[in-house]
Design a protein around this ligand. Sequence first.
Ligand SMILES: C[S@@+](CC[C@H](N)C(=O)[O-])C[C@H]1O[C@@H](n2cnc3c(N)ncnc32)[C@H](O)[C@@H]1O
Length: 275
Amino acid sequence: MTESEETAQAREAEFWDEVVGAAQDSDEDLCVGKADMFDRTMPWLEYMDYPAFLQQVFDHIGIGPGMRVLDLGCGKGFLAAALAHRGAEVDAIDISPRSVARCRDRAALSGISERIRFHVMDCERLEFEDDSFDAVCGSFVLHHLDLGKVAGEIARTLKPSGRAAFIETFGLNPMLMLARATLPGRFGIEKASSEDEYPLDRQRIERLRAGFRGQVEAAFPTVVFARMGGYLPFLNNRPGLGLLKAFDRAAALPAFLRSWSYYGVLTMNRAPAAP
Ligand SMILES: C[S@@+](CC[C@H](N)C(=O)[O-])C[C@H]1O[C@@H](n2cnc3c(N)ncnc32)[C@H](O)[C@@H]1O
């Protein structure tokens, strides 16, 4: 690892350690229920239709009892808990020690500790054997990583015919990219992203494809575009948010507009074993 890569990674770990340390989550919200489809410590995810995106991840990897699944960049551990509730044996990893500690506490509160192993580990240098996992997944993590490196690591640790799916921030909508570059920190809009993240644009998706050497597709179960306007204080009210959501429902109709969504699901299929 170069010195600048090491610095960027230390900065990332420190950023997320601080975010998790500052979060005042109640035990009630941290406890993940069997049917939960979004993290209750982040209630806005329901408005952002997160359950539809998560369902697409579950459908793609075919989640079920006994599967061995790797959760990359587990953060506070909602996804790891949701996978474990569906019978998977989960390895949850993150570069931020505080995130991993929160993930562990959360698993205990949710009654599924015995199905999750917790690791402070770099997604770009996985300490797992080749062909270890039936599935690899993650939520809002790939766009923090060197995509060439992580794609190689996903391919290496997935079993032949294994599948991967990631809920990710996409950068295929020029209007959202402009808003992202100009608005946070101004007009009462909080700057919530770290310095080292880049939404998945075409070039980055190509980098993933080249590193993975398998099938990589972007899928958008619904469109989350106008809803991002809810960050503007004057639209952050019941009628404003309702209107923005209605606009998104209409925008989801023509297929070509779907990739304008702020986020989507990146699906990956490893090739079957050679005969
Ligand atoms: C946006 S947060 C997402 C957390 C969680 N998956 C969620 O959906 O709430 C990104 C996470 O990726 C982790 N991360 C960033 N770079 C990483 C790396 N190189 N290896 C492992 N984890 C990393 C961060 O520490 C952070 O917890």
